[in-house]
Structure formats: structure tokens, C-alpha cells
Design a protein around this ligand. Structure first.
Ligand code: C5P
Length: 253
């Protein structure tokens, strides 16, 4: 393959310059990290699954009129996306108490929240993506008030869509993280969903059994992460057709 200019390398993905101006190629690695990269592993096949799953969710969102950066999947591990100006926030939506919220407030994991709650972390690995109030976001100019209102509204629409899709396959969407980007059109920024949507950035519990089907399997050593993600992909009908498995049944390409 021809050499391409690497624009950015993150923990789970690499961004390369795309074939047309204003496009990027997003490559999904097999690397899994948790606790701000203090725990690391290579999970064979994770990148392939997340590429497919993210494609599935982005196309679904576009189908209900929610704009995303996704253009098309190129191959097993890569997708073509629009280049956007990333809003430096992790937008987290929670339907049930879990993770850092359960810990911070002393809540039982799985407790239904009175309504979906949107919260923000400032995207900064060195600081461990600290939770920030809206006041900080406006004061430091990470987003304008109107844009922040739009971000909340968009995040709640994504939550409605994803909750419904997962519910249809017997999975409870506990919480998730998304990132948004700006596409500038005639000096006006238009918000789109960027980055990825995959079990790396969601909490997904089986409705019947409570089995965790997301990155907590890796964070908490609950078994095979690749089995959990494969199960999500299988239920959603998005398993790649030319998958091979090793003797343990783990997907290897
Ligand atoms: O850890 P916490 O409970 O704050 O995470 C909330 C949600 O955001 C979880 O679904 C988690 O997987 C996701 N998240 C993420 N990337 C981070 C932090 C959280 O995808 N850096």
C-alpha cells in the first residue's frame, strides 16, 4: 500500500490523510487501553469489529437525520470520514448509574437515573479527561452557549436512537461517550458526530442476564473482550462475512 501521511495516532485508532481534501482515513487498531492507558492489551480482531460496528451506528444515525463524519467503509479496518474540527469535549450520556458516576455519588451500578444525564469531560489525556461543568466550557471558549445547547440536544437524540437499537437486540445501553466535530460552511459551524461509536465507548448490559458486553470486560477482567464484542456484532447482524476464528473461537482478522 502507498505510504500515507499520518495525521494523528490515538490509543485505538490512527488518522491518515484522505484521498480528497477535507477527508481522512480512520484506521481501527486492535489495541485496548483502560484507565487512561495504564492497562493495555492487544485484542485480536477488535479493530475489525469496531470498524463494522461504528459504520453500522453512523449509518443508522444518518438514516434518522443525525449528521456524522462517516462517508464509507473502505476495508476491514479503515473507513473514510470527513475532516472535522473536533470539539475538545467527551460528551457522555448516562441512562443508568455506572462507572465514574456510581463511584462519585456512591450509587449502586445499574440504578436507573431519573432521566438521561449529559455530562462533559475535557479531552486531555495528560489530565485524564477531567469532568467539567458547562460554565468552564463557555468560559474557556471550548464551545459557545448556543453550540453547547445543540451538543446536548444532539447527544440526547443519539441516546434515543442507540437505546432503541440496543433494546431491540436485548441489550441495555447504560451509558456512552461520543465526540462531536464542526464542519465550517460559510463561516457557520455545523455539528456532526465524529470519532467512533463502538463497545469501546459504551456500557452495554444484556437485559436478561446482566452480562457486560463492553470494554468493562477488559477493565474488570471479566473474560474475553473479543467474545463480548462479537456477541454485540452478531445480535446486530453486522458480523463481517469473511471472518476467521482460531481454535478458541476468537476472531483473528
Ligand atoms: O468511566 P465513566 O463512567 O465516566 O465512563 C462513561 C462512559 O464513557 C462509558 O461508557 C465509557 O466507556 C465511556 N468513556 C470513553 N472514553 C473515556 C471515558 C469514558 O469512551 N475516556
Amino acid at each position: 500500500m502507498a505510504r500515507r501521511k499520518k495525521i494523528y495516532e490515538g490509543k485505538a485508532k490512527i488518522l491518515y490523510e484522505g484521498p480528497e481534501p477535507g477527508t481522512l482515513v480512520q484506521y481501527f487498531k486492535d489495541d485496548a487501553t483502560a484507565f487512561n492507558a495504564q492497562k493495555k492489551a492487544v485484542i485480536e480482531g477488535k479493530g475489525v469489529l469496531n470498524n463494522r460496528l461504528s459504520e453500522f451506528f453512523m449509518l443508522g444515525l444518518q438514516g434518522v437525520g443525525i449528521p456524522t463524519h462517516f462517508i464509507k467503509r473502505l476495508n476491514m479496518r479503515e473507513q473514510l470520514v470527513r475532516q472535522v474540527e473536533i470539539v475538545p469535549l467527551e460528551v457522555i450520556v448516562r441512562n443508568f448509574a455506572a462507572g465514574s458516576m456510581a463511584k462519585r455519588l456512591g450509587l449502586e451500578e445499574g440504578m436507573p437515573l431519573p432521566r438521561p444525564i449529559v455530562e462533559f469531560s475535557y479531552k486531555n489525556d495528560a489530565l485524564g479527561d477531567p469532568l467539567v461543568p458547562e460554565e468552564y466550557i463557555i468560559a474557556f471558549g471550548w464551545a459557545q452557549q448556543q453550540e453547547l445547547d445543540d451538543i446536548v440536544a444532539l447527544a440526547l437524540r443519539v441516546n434515543d436512537f442507540l437505546s432503541g437499537v440496543f433494546h431491540g437486540v436485548g441489550i441495555r445501553l447504560i451509558d456512552f461517550k461520543i465526540e462531536m466535530g464542526r464542519i465550517w460552511e460559510n463561516d457557520f459551524p455545523r455539528l456532526v458526530i465524529a470519532d467512533e461509536i463502538s463497545p469501546d465507548s459504551c456500557r452495554l448490559w444484556d437485559i436478561e442476564t446482566g452480562r457486560k458486553l463492553d470494554k468493562d470486560v477488559f477493565r474488570q477482567d471479566l473474560g474475553s473482550l473479543s467474545d463480548a464484542y462479537t456477541e454485540v456484532a452478531r445480535r446486530l447482524g453486522v458480523l463481517p462475512s469473511n471472518v476467521t476464528h482460531n481454535a478458541n473461537g476468537t476472531m483473528i482478522n
